[in-house]
Design a protein around this ligand. Sequence first.
Ligand code: N01
Length: 502
Amino acid sequence: MNQPDPAHQPNRTRRRKIVIIGAGMSGMLVAIRLQQAGITDFEILEKAASAGGTWRDNTYPGLACDVPGYLYTYSFEPNPECSHRYAHGDEIQAYFLRVFEKYGLRQYVRFNQEVDAAEYDQHRWRITTKSGEQIEADILISAVGVLHQPNYPDIPGLDRFRGDLFHSARWDHNAPLQGKRVVVIGTGSTAVQIVCGLVDQVARLKLFQRTAQWVLPAFDTPYAEWPKWIMRRLPFTAKWLHQRYDDLYHGILGGGFGKERVLFINTFRLIAERHLRTVQDPDLRRRLTPDFPFGCKRFILSDGFYKAMQQPQTELVTDGIEGIEENGIRTRDGTLHEVDVIVLATGFKAQNYVRPIKLVGEQGITLDQYWADGLKAYKTMALPGFPNFFMVQGPHSPIGNFSLIKIAEMQCDYLLQLVQHIVAGQAASLAPKATATDAYNAELQRHAQNTLWMGNGCQSWYIDSRGRLTIWPLSIGRFQALMKQPKWEDFEISIARSKRRV
Ligand code: N01
């Protein structure tokens, strides 16, 4: 007779050494690294029914990664299967699913388990899922990603529209597009890709722009079959190529976005200005010209955007939105733009980080309380008062236009050293000291003032509502050095129940 699976017995608390939240790029990486270190007593809780995170959630037309495909992979697992220089979204998702199976991650993951809350108590994290399960773990690792909670704009009448309306990250594939009048709201990286992906499918395409963007040409190109053939058979060639792209990116972007990088920024500005001149109509060109300095926001890369905006079926709307009505969008000049489909390419709640998970640390402190005066973390990874809780892609992670996978790998190398300290019994728990965390954050904010993103009037999701930078302000080399090895004296380490300061 089959024994009942203890995992599915209600009211029973499961125990694990480590729980990872999220089976996206970062969560999979943590799991692979733990396995490689011989640590297998862990579980991944994934809220959705499959792995892949961002690349599972985003399925919009035109989706691609604007980091070259041969670079946007784990360093130990190249991806020969890129049809273009910039791999398409489905190719990237297929890559992650291949890695997921190859590294046997299915045995560690439980799908459809959304973490609702986690409380630290008596040297353990008590994790509760939305389905009511309880899991206890010595170590809790958040790998929930940064850009995963859609930002629905505060536009009056959003719920009145009778046609199809959805966020870019929740694409409704049942909504017909052929021959339809479609609106895209927003002009970030996502909207630009969607415009290129939709332009040839729809009858009318209106882009509602609040802020014009600097757009660089991507120099995308399709890849022939023969290099893939070689890389499949000789994987070292794919690793070599990955490394060359890594070196190239390091050379171009690794120096960071400091205001002193005048040559770097002027070169890119000239390329963007030249690209903008491909817009023939002077009025359209004027309206597509940003009114903020180059480098204020993340670079947008696209070969097709300006071409798409010059198609006869496309229109740029720059009059502000008054509200949404049953049949379309009313702009402030009184015009009703009648449409069939509205796509909200309005970005993400990028400042939420681990939330809405209700995390409660020592002495009942919540994440909302700890971050009440703004986001901060110790070296992007840990928080004082939240022992044995670690984050991949936490606050102030380098984001820019760099490969997030590369950043996650650096963070995982550091994280593993902390985890091994605990697993080896050298600490029952550890958390960064508040003094070390505050000193680190004060220095970050000082450096932030020197970045292009914090220039006069700059606004983007890199900056929080208090005007503080939430991403890494220095060079990638500085981040690499930071992630080399923990400074143990910055941690409060407790051995069994008594705390000792090192
Ligand atoms: O979001 P965004 P995104 N009314 O926040 C506008 C990554 N990514 O999804 O600038 C009207 O950049 C808003 O206007 P404004 C990448 O890191 C990567 O495009 O605030 N408009 C803006 O134009 C990227 O940076 C890839 O004035 C409203 C847009 O919506 C990040 O995702 C591909 C509005 C939001 O732009 C986010 O990009 C795609 C309102 N009420 C994305 N509210 C890769 O290739 C907002 N907007 C790796």
